[in-house]
Structure formats: structure tokens, C-alpha cells
Design a protein around this ligand. Structure first.
Ligand code: ADP
Ligand code: MG
Length: 378
């Protein structure tokens, strides 16, 4: 029930998005549909529990602009795509098509996807996009010293996450699956886009970066369509194009992981992705213990680093998504050090299980929060 309340609260800002743009006559139907889809979202999301960050997009001048907005379900997530201006409808329609195409390409559960085929056969020739994502994922594996590991999929399966057949695996199974979870045994040649695994039974999952990549692709589509102001929310992963139509920054509310009715804070951004990973997003309970879906490749168990929420802010949606997962696994100290070494690429907001909020110095002034903040400095 706690979850239900959270979702109701979190979805309220989605109505604000719908309300801040003027609807032209031929878009009335679309907006009505959006609102009923939002209602549906409230009910269905109780089951998936997949939400984190929500966004506000209110602006007094916004009603001078045309708004187009679309809700859809893809990548196991409820998504809202919003764009403003003359080309908003076309941009949102194209973006929705793209989301579906990417879902079909990358889904581990779809028999026709290239990732499914690769996992079945242990080798494949990837599409340009699949190849690009594998390349980015393998880079992240190195950069995060193995925290981000797309070869974790056999372990995810041992816990029943992909099929929602949740259970704690026995030690032998976990040991066996963990031996397969090693991205250094994924061989990828970017010239031929051929990929193969060193060991039988290995499988990969791009779920840790797919949504961030998707949101960055949507920004590109918006731009190609001539849109200069827009926002996407892919199940708590937000990316914004430009500013709001009144010229002010977007205000993104970051859900508090421990009190689901509260926001951890409001962050002001422009042209950036804001991506949160938290153990509260997908989890199950067994014998009174909660197990979530972000797996520490060092143990095969859900990461237990002392962090309960990590938000990454970056121009690069793919990076932000991969790092939100990675820093959640690293824990505060290592994550802070990682940021110091890469502070030109991203900023972070991290909450620990004892209620401390750490914010990197580059965004400290853009975050409004009631919590006591420790600023991480270089
Ligand atoms: P969400 O997708 O719920 O927003 P994340 O971005 O944190 O959350 O990604 C979690 C997903 O990433 C998992 O569902 C799984 O597919 C994948 N994953 C889990 N652990 C790892 C890991 N150590 N490295 C890479 N991907 C992971
Ligand atoms: Mg992620």
C-alpha cells in the first residue's frame, strides 16, 4: 500500500505536465487519452513498482505554446513523452515509434530481439545500435572496475527478476551463475560488429543503460523535428531538452526512497538527463528480507553498499543510466572518489541508509531540499 500512495503522489506532477500547455482543437482527443492513460498508469504501476523520479513542468507562459504528450508502456516501464511548439505532435509520435523499435531490438525477453538471439547462440552480428550500446556497456565495465556488468544476466535469472518468479537462489546455483557473469569474456569487434562469449551459458542484459540511451535518442528526435523544449520520463528516468517554454529551467522532483510520499528534493536542470537507481524500484521479500534488482557482481547478491538511492545528472543519458546503477553498487565513498575522477562528465545525489544526503558540488546550488546536505567537493 505504501507503494500505491507513492505512485499516486508521483503521478500528480504528470498531470501538471498535461495541464501547462495549450491544447489546440485537433489535439483535444489526444490530451484526453493521455489523462486516462495516466489513470491507468496508477493502477498498473502498483504491480511493477517501477517509478522513481517525476517531473514538474509548469509555466505561466506555457499556455501560449502547443503541447503534445503521449503515454506508453515499453521496456517494462510507463513512459511519458512531452514536447512543445509547432512540431510537438510529430516529434512525440516519432519518439514513440522509436521507443518501440528500441524495445524490440534490445529486450532480453523478446524472441525476435538481437539480444535474445545473441543470448541463445552465444554469438551474433549486432545492428549498429546494439553494437553501440554493447561498446558503451563494456567501456563502463572497465571504467567502474566491474560494478557495471552486462554479463550479470544469468544471475538476474537465478533470482527470478526477468520472469518475476522471484526467489533467493541456493548457494550452488548462485556460484555457478556468478562464474558466468564476467563482461571481460564478452568479445566485441566494433568494425565487424561481431560479438561472441568465451563461455557457454553466458548471457547479457542491457537493461542498466537501455532507458538512458532511449531518452537521449528521443532528445535527438525532438531536435531533428525542430522542437526546442521537451521532456521525457521513462519510469523515473527523466531527460529534458532545452528549458521550459517560459525560459525557466525544468524542475525535476526526485522521489525519496524511504518515505515514498516525499520528495528527496527538487532539482533544476536544462538539457540534461536525471536518472535515479534505487532498491525500491523493483524488489521482492522472502522471510522478511527485501531483495532488489541491482546486483553487485562481486557477490551475486543485491547491492548492499549503504546507499538507498543514487541520482545521476549528465548531458549523456546513457552514461547517467549506467552510472546510477554503478554508483549504487559502489557505495558513497567509492562513488565520491569516482566522481572526483570523472567530474567533467556527471553530477550525483546519493542518499545513505542512515538518512544522509550527499550532493556533488556542481549541482549543490540547483537542488532544493529540506534534508541536511553534505556537499562532495573535488
Ligand atoms: P531501472 O532499470 O529499474 O531504472 P537501473 O537503471 O538501476 O534501474 O537498472 C537496473 C537493471 O540493470 C536491472 O533490472 C538489470 O537489468 C540490470 N543490472 C542489474 N545489476 C546490474 C549490474 N551490476 N550491471 C549492469 N546491469 C545491471
Ligand atoms: Mg541504470
Amino acid at each position: 500500500m505504501k507503494l500505491k500512495k507513492a505512485l499516486l503522489v508521483c503521478l500528480l506532477p504528470a498531470f501538471v505536465i498535461g495541464g501547462c500547455g495549450k491544447t489546440t482543437t485537433d489535439e483535444t482527443e489526444n490530451t484526453t487519452k493521455q489523462e486516462s492513460a495516466v489513470e491507468e498508469t496508477v493502477q498498473d504501476e502498483q504491480e511493477t513498482g517501477d517509478t522513481g523520479t517525476e517531473s514538474e513542468a509548469s509555466g505561466e507562459d506555457a499556455d501560449k505554446e502547443t503541447e503534445a504528450s503521449k503515454d506508453l508502456f515499453a521496456m517494462d516501464t510507463y513512459m511519458t513523452l512531452t514536447a512543445y511548439g509547432e512540431h510537438a505532435q510529430e516529434a512525440v509520435d516519432k519518439a514513440a515509434e522509436r521507443v518501440e523499435a528500441l524495445d524490440a531490438l534490445l529486450s532480453t525477453g523478446n524472441e525476435n530481439s538481437e539480444i535474445y538471439q545473441l543470448n541463445q547462440n552465444g554469438e551474433a552480428t549486432l545492428s549498429e545500435e546494439g553494437g553501440y550500446l554493447v561498446e558503451r556497456a563494456l567501456e563502463l565495465y572497465k571504467k567502474t572496475e566491474g560494478a557495471f556488468d552486462i554479463a550479470i544476466y544469468p544471475v538476474m535469472q537465478a533470482w527470478g527478476f526477468p520472469t518475476q518468479d522471484y526467489h533467493v537462489p541456493d548457494d550452488d546455483t548462485l556460484k555457478e551463475k556468478l562464474a558466468l557473469a564476467d563482461a571481460s569474456k564478452v568479445n566485441y569487434d566494433k568494425d565487424t560488429r561481431k560479438i561472441f562469449f568465451d563461455q557457454d551459458g553466458m548471457e547479457i542484459d542491457l537493461g542498466g543503460i537501455a532507458k538512458g540511451y532511449t531518452s537521449s535518442q528521443i532528445m535527438q528526435i525532438y531536435q531533428d523535428c525542430g522542437v526546442t523544449s521537451g521532456l521525457v520520463n521513462l519510469g523515473g528516468n527523466v531527460q529534458a531538452l532545452g528549458c521550459k517554454t517560459d525560459g525557466s529551467k525544468w524542475r525535476v522532483a526526485i522521489q525519496s526512497p524511504d518515505d515514498t510520499e516525499e520528495y528527496l528534493g527538487i532539482l533544476e536542470i536544462e538539457d540534461q538527463a536525471v536518472i535515479t537507481s534505487g532498491g525500491y524500484e523493483r524488489y521482492f521479500e522472502e522471510d522478511g528480507v527485501t531483495y532488489h534488482h541491482i546486483i553487485d557482481p562481486a557477490t551475486g547478491y543485491p547491492a548492499d553498499s549503504g546507499l538507498i538511492s543514487v541520482t545521476i545528472v549528465s548531458d549523456d543519458g546513457t552514461l547517467a543510466d549506467g552510472l546510477s546503477t554503478s554508483l549504487f553498487i559502489m557505495g558513497e565513498e567509492k562513488a565520491a572518489q569516482f566522481w572526483r575522477e570523472n567530474s567533467d562528465e556527471f553530477e550525483a545525489i546519493m542518499e545513505t541508509s542512515d538518512g544522509e544526503l550527499y550532493v556533488t558540488e556542481g549541482i549543490a546550488d540547483s537542488l532544493t531540499t529540506d534534508m541536511d546536505v553534505t556537499v562532495i567537493e573535488k
